[in-house]
Design a protein. Sequence first.
Length: 319
Amino acid sequence: MKTGTLVLAVALLAYPFVLYDHFYWDIGVGLLLAAISASAWNIVGGYAGQVSVGHAMFFGIGAYVPLLVFNLWQLPPIAGAPLAVALSLVLAVVIGLPTFRLRGHYFSMATIAVAELIRIFIGTWDFVGAAIGLQGPAVGRGWWDLTFRSELPYYYIFLVVLAVLLYVTRAVEKSRFGYYLRAIKAGERAARSLGVPVQQTKLKALLLSAVFTSIAGSLYSIKTGFIDPESGFGILISVQMVIVAALGGAGTLYGPLVGALILVPAQTATNTWFGGGGSGLTYILYGGIILVLARFEPGGLHELWQRLAPRLRRTPRAA
């Protein structure tokens, strides 16, 4: 595992120098953003088994607040990121306390409903630009605005954030908190009978997940310099988090990253091959992945590898 981690780290660090082109750098930035978002969702959706399909609410808050801070007070957008995290934590408590009383698909439906209500409200609120959205600094006034012409600085900023998130997730895996999450995923009633504080543990997981999802939203809006209700709170954002994590292996450390390594290039390829009309294929791609995973491999590529690896090891010995 340590060797695989080292190889993956070296590959990600060397990527911009191997594929030295702005187009590939942009794909790399999108890949890392998808991995950050899915890894954040994975804490509550993968380890705890609470499948939220409304995580765009935290992503959108993280995306909107930095640009709102810039428009109101002309502060660097990054100054709004801590405020976005604080608001996301408040929302997580407000949403988590009632919705965690629900189970299974009822919980998922509740998160979708809340996220859609927030999106509709933001789209009609003039204070945050309504349907038009918010614009960031057109030209960087200094390095603190994080407005770069090249994708390369964004790539390594995103990579650092992903590394921190994976480190935190690894620490959670090894802690008592991580065991509680896995026990809840296996069965809430059994976990409660063993003394696991179910509601408290699920809420803590949602809070931690909301923090990093909000940070992902802030990174997105600071990089693009623009946000509107659909790109901040759209349901496709939530769906992408779920599919990226499920494709690689929800509830595993590197599952979301593996899913992003496959899904983001595939999505970019379809959009490139078919021009502007290729954007609609995203829904077809996501739907196809959901069908394949549900029918053949619910555990994602991680579970597939766990099943095939022993056979691959036995084959050379037999030969």
